[in-house]
Design a protein around this ligand. Sequence first.
Ligand SMILES: [Fe+2]
Ligand SMILES: [Fe+2]
Length: 223
Amino acid sequence: MTPDTIILPRDLPLWTDARPYLDVRNNDEHTIVAYGLARALLEQIPEADESVVLPAILLHDVGWKRIPEDLLLLAIGRYPSRKDLVRDHELHSVEIARTILQTHRPEGVDIDAVLAVIDGHDTTREARSINDAVMKDADKGWRTTPHGMRTIAGWYDVPVTEVLMMLRERSNPLMLTPQGRAMAEANTAAVAAEQAIAQYLGHGPEFTTFTATEGAGQWLKSR
Ligand SMILES: [Fe+2]
Ligand SMILES: [Fe+2]
């Protein structure tokens, strides 16, 4: 999967319409990475229906745009004080997603099934269907990716150790499929182990960013 082919052609018009609603709290970045995770999980869980899961993950958080930005961090995190806003953003997401889906009517997509997954994606914890489980695992699984951890650490200005604690205590236990659970635990373990490199070696990892520019890869050249 190359960077320009993460979002399926069927879903690109949905993405274009969703984008203006996703420019708060890194939701645009979150959506792209969660969509990529959803596609990977769908490969492992063929009984789930991608035509429900993928439009749902693309549109699930558009409703945050209607919540005052200064209240967003009070609705999530380790000790949320405005949990009511979590329900509010789900209802707003359903409304906005319905308009976007009815505008484009993507072929083979059951609009009501997509909206049913979006409704309650954060406020219900159980798997209401396999599609619901995969969408929720892609959403919560994002937190365990390096991108998710860096983003959460940035929101709250906390060290990675606190993010790891939050994941282990609160987020990873929410994972619903064996595949999603394995992904979340493996991601969390890998970042935790990377943090221990300095303890064992006396220095941190040599490469902390991707240094090469596109086209410079020796693997591409040798093909
Ligand atoms: Fe959400
Ligand atoms: Fe989300």
